[in-house]
Design a protein around this ligand. Structure first.
Ligand SMILES: [Ca+2]
Length: 326
């Protein structure tokens, strides 16, 4: 009985609504008023409730804390075997990938190759010297610029490299064009934090300069994976004899991890990686896939680094709402 009554009431209500809708549809003035009201509501919502996406303070591939977003790579590409790996497993896979096809050049060869690899992007006649950003003739003359070992030769577990040798001290990824006097100041100091220009720090460490700190970090990350006997740490730098396997530690790791975020990968590093890939047959993974750093040294998971697309109320959604109403 109650259900039947309810049904009758519902029928009556529907009838009234239909009549009203019909009236509105037949009356252009009412129709216009309805459109204006709905539009006004949409505008009020847009002005007061619409939140534009937060402004990025880092490069476009990083989140607001500076972590690089994770992406998988396509089948048959250089890092394919590293897809979904994290931690030590990722480090081991990358070690295999970057040793495959590796054909080291001699330390002498680096004089010509660095002239191209470290060339200023819009002026190949000049190289960009590391740390002080000097730009000088890219043609090797033995005095204008020389070869910097970012991971110092004295901490590579082998004697001082000679011109004809091919080993960890002739690896092009670790070599950069440098001005002689800057090379002397940097010496084989570990890297410690500061800000501004390149300088020797009060703690005896070296600050590479704001524009060079990320480059330095990514080079050292490459070396620690390529030559897996080398160590990145926060201490233990003075243990053992230089130029032997007793002193193979570089850092400071915690500082390098921050520099990697603060000075993101740029076009100069991308070009340099390409030139070196053509010369010695391997790549620096941390320039191509900067997010791998967080997975190996910062205990991050792939989920931590996956970009979450947030839904926002956009103008075209308001129009969709209008269409639905009308
Ligand atoms: Ca940089």
């Amino acid at each position: 009985m109650a259900t039947k009554k309810k049904t009758t009431v519902q029928k009556e209500l529907k009838k009234v609504v239909r009549k009203k809708v019909k009236k509105v549809k037949q009356d252009p003035a009412l129709m216009l008023l309805l459109i204006v009201v709905v539009l006004a509501l949409a505008i009020v919502y847009y002005i007061f409730f619409y939140q534009p996406p937060a402004t990025q303070t880092y490069g476009s591939e990083q989140n607001e804390e500076g972590y690089y977003y994770y992406t998988l790579v396509e089948n048959n590409t250089y890092y394919y075997d590293a897809n979904n790996d994290i931690g030590d497993a990722l480090k081991t896979t990358l070690h295999t990938i970057i040793n495959t096809g590796f054909s080291p050049t001699t330390y002498d060869d680096a004089r010509q190759i660095l002239g191209e690899a470290d060339a200023v992007l819009d002026d190949p006649s000049k190289v960009l010297a590391i740390y002080n950003s000097a730009t000088v003739s890219s043609t090797w003359d033995g005095t204008t610029w020389t070869r910097e070992h970012v991971w110092p030769n004295s901490r590579l577990g082998i004697p001082r490299v000679t011109g004809s040798q091919r080993n960890q001290a002739s690896d092009l990824h670790n070599l950069r064009a440098i001005i002689q006097s800057v090379n002397a100041s940097r010496s084989d100091r570990i890297f410690t934090d500061n800000s501004g220009e390149n300088q020797i720090n009060d703690d005896g460490g070296y600050y590479p300069g704001d524009e060079h700190r990320g480059d330095v970090a990514r080079i050292l990350f490459y070396m620690a994976v390529m030559y897996d006997f080398l160590e990145l740490a926060d201490e233990g730098f003075e243990d053992g004899e230089t130029y032997t396997m007793d002193r193979i530690t570089m850092g400071k790791l915690s500082v390098l991890l921050e520099w990697h975020k603060l000075d993101p990968v740029d076009a100069f590093e991308v070009k340099r990686n390409e030139v070196i890939f053509n010369a010695q047959g391997n790549r620096n993974p941390f320039i191509d896939k900067p997010e791998y750093v967080h997975l190996i040294w910062e205990n991050k998971t792939i989920q931590d680094l996956t970009k979450v697309e947030t839904t926002t109320f956009l103008p075209n959604q308001s129009f969709g709402f209008l269409q639905m109403v009308l």
